[in-house]
Write a protein that binds this ligand. Sequence first.
Ligand code: AP5
Length: 229
Amino acid sequence: MARDGFKMVLLGPPGAGKGTQAAMLTKAYNLLHVSTGDMLRAAIKDGSDVGKEAQNYMNKGELVPDSIVTQAVIERLGKPDASGGVILDGYPRTRAQAESLDESLKNNNNALDVVLYFKTSDETAIQRLSGRRVCTECGKNYHVSNIPPQKEGICDTCQIDLIQRDDDQPETVKNRLVVYKNSTKDLISYYKEKSLLREVDGNLSAEELFSNIGALFNAEGLISDDSKE
Ligand code: AP5
């Protein structure tokens, strides 16, 4: 169980498995999953002004401007259901975002507890993104061979067709990996300096990685598994 106000960041390249681990961790440790990618895709689906602006960047694999993303995250963290433990997935992605987040948390007498850095090879990321399929209804992620649905192409829960994300096309993936490398170098050193960064092996299977993260939580006394309370 996480203490109230617990905040963890998942940092890693596209396809590192951040969303997959966030779903597993949320369930096991009773945390709230805040994904900027999911928030932006929801805004696109709603046809809002923010969604229309974000889509231009996302389709090219570029980062959405810091101001848009930071405002959305800070608003989300101010909602009552965010007062328990929170996983931030895909935010911050730049040093400017990290500084804005720190500032906002500080104003609320809070701070980050840990940043999990999913170190992952380009080969792994590309293999995973090319085979990723998602359910537009419940948002669940599958992979055609690594984590397949029970019925090919159909969501296990919603029983509707799975789709491929627009930004999982090969050319966009290539650019997302370049953008990731350029924008996160600074971020990794920022969190290293603050002694918040913990590296995990993103190339492992989802189960192995989940178990390693649990061991890290225990070793550092960060949070405990609800089922063992
Ligand atoms: P976002 O949706 O956050 O994408 P991302 O960070 O590029 O990460 P992904 O969702 O692609 O990968 P993931 O690490 O979550 O992997 P997953 O678990 O799905 O952002 C999209 C866009 O929004 C950005 O490009 C940007 O434009 C914009 N944006 C978002 N946040 C922003 C920010 N803060 N600032 C500015 N712009 C922002 O797994 C991938 C696949 O692998 C799946 O098929 C899964 O089933 C499979 N898999 C997962 N884990 C494993 C495993 N361990 N072994 C085998 N297969 C696995």
